[in-house]
Design a binder for this molecule. Structure first.
Ligand SMILES: Nc1ncnc2c1ncn2[C@@H]1O[C@H](COP(=O)(O)OP(=O)(O)O)[C@@H](O)[C@H]1O
Ligand SMILES: [Mg+2]
Length: 442
């Protein structure tokens, strides 16, 4: 992408409406703009990151055996009346009436809808287990939308639903999602901590929230200090049930609980090992047995021909919130420091003197060669001052930056910088290409 042909409205000053760093940086980096309280437009740069986050979620869901579909944002009220949640949900639910006076709602979540689909299509235990998910916009009329995409009213969620014949199989489905969540966040450069959580209005008996530590987080966190440095890059063979369950057991054997679940008196962790902190909830998983299948009559016949209510779980990832959460976890004074896996562009070629024949030719050459090699390159071909260009590249956080200037070219080199690191390397342009391609693939 050539910056002169792109849409990247960056802002120099700190926007006064933003209270936390990720919100400030997303506005300044030209990633989002607010359209109404808690409702945002994703500008091109922000959308690129959002899509990368989605892609990682998709890959890890597929690996764990979940199948993608897409349910609508609008839902008929009847389904929620059937489950009993239409009244319970209260003012958070955006209720809409169509021209025929039929009550609709903008989905805050999809348990009812997926249960309806599955009960109408799945009749036999032979179709189970089943794990279906979608990535779709949700609306919750939050009392206090704040912190940008962190607590929006409209937000993008991956929500998945598992259906099993019995509790054992449902617990395995839960463990699979547990492990896939660890891997998903790890790939985004995060250190997730799974916490025992309250099941809340969704109900049920087993639930974990995945939280990443950040001072600006809205959740209170009490956990063993081992979690703080623990990498969630787990290797797993999903066909090996014992291995999957083993990984989950290992992760939940250390104490970690959110504020609502923590009890200082019964906490098993000695005070000097206990971390008390704040964190951002980036995912939440539930096993709730037959709560919805019983109220909505979603049963299958078992091997002996008897009807049995399906055991269900639901699994949410805050896709749009993650974009903010990753920034909270990875930034410095100059701006965002994207992990390579979610960076909007992995490499920037910065032409330090646009209009100079040698600089133009070398930058263009690097841009073309890297683009042809499949690298996502942003070419800063603007006529701005060097300081402005470098500040913008740091602000938007491009992880690898190749600086092309007249003095270097006289010596036959360009400069390579890695965002967030101090070391700078000079290489001939051809070697810079090799270095960049290898770095991107590594
Ligand atoms: N208002 C919101 N804005 C952005 N992301 C949200 C919002 N509410 C929930 N999420 C994300 O969706 C995930 C699943 O939501 P869920 O656990 O059902 O919501 P809650 O924790 O608000 O009850 C959460 O872990 C969080 O990452
Ligand atoms: Mg939650």
């Amino acid at each position: 992408m050539r910056l002169t042909q792109y849409f990247l409205p960056t802002i120099k000053e700190n926007p006064t409406e933003a209270q936390i760093v990720s919100h400030r940086l997303m506005l300044r980096a030209g990633m989002i703009r607010q359209s109404a309280a808690g409702i945002y437009t994703w500008l091109p740069l922000g959308l690129r990151v959002l899509r990368k986050v989605e892609a990682i979620v998709r890959e890890e869901q597929a690996r764990a055996g979940a199948i993608e579909m897409l349910m609508p944002t609008l839902q008929p009220a009847e389904l929620w009346q059937e489950s009993g949640r239409y009244d319970d949900y209260g003012k958070e639910m955006l209720r809409i009436t169509d021209r025929h006076d039929r009550p609709l709602l903008y989905g805050p979540t999809n348990e009812e809808m997926i249960t309806d689909i599955v009960r109408n299509t799945v009749k036999s235990y032979k179709t189970l287990p089943l794990n279906l998910y979608h990535i779709q916009w949700k609306f919750r009329d939050e009392v206090r939308p704040r912190f940008g995409v962190m607590r929006g009213r409209e937000f993008l969620m991956k929500d998945g639903y598992s259906f099993d014949l019995d509790e054992d199989s449902a617990r395995l489905a839960y463990a699979r999602m547990f492990v896939s969540y660890l891997r998903t966040y790890a790939r985004m450069g995060l250190r997730p901590i799974p916490m025992r959580a309250d099941t809340g209005p969704i109900g049920g008996n087993l639930s974990h929230e995945f939280i990443i530590l950040a001072d600006t987080g809205e959740s209170e966190v009490y956990c063993h200090r081992r979690f703080v440095e623990r990498s969630a890059k787990v290797e797993v063979d999903y066909s090996d049930a014992a291995a999957v369950t083993g990984i989950m057991q290992d992760w939940i054997s250390d104490y970690a609980a959110t504020g609502e679940m923590h009890d200082a008196k019964s906490c098993p962790v000695p005070p000097d090992q206990l971390v008390t902190a704040r964190g951002i909830e980036v995912g939440h998983i539930f096993y709730f047995g037959t709560k919805y299948s019983a109220s909505m009559k979603a049963s299958v016949t078992d091997a002996s021909g008897q009807p049995r209510d399906m055991h269900m779980g639901s699994y949410g990832i805050g896709v749009s919130r993650l974009v903010g959460a990753i920034i909270e976890a990875s930034h410095d004074d100059a701006g965002i420091v994207w992990p390579k896996s979610v960076a909007p562009f992995t490499v920037a070629v910065v032409n330090l003197k646009s209009g100079d024949t040698a600089c133009d030719a070398a930058s263009e050459g690097l841009y073309q060669t890297l683009t042809n090699a499949g690298v996502e390159v942003l070419l800063d071909d603007r006529a701005d001052r060097i300081g402005v260009k470098l500040a913008d590249m740091d602000l938007i956080g491009v992880p690898l930056q190749i600086l092309v200037g007249p003095k270097g070219l006289e010596r036959g080199v360009v400069e390579i910088r890695q965002r967030g690191l101090d070391d700078r390397t000079e290489l001939p342009p051809d070697d810079a290409v090799k270095f960049a391609v290898e770095w991107v693939r590594s």
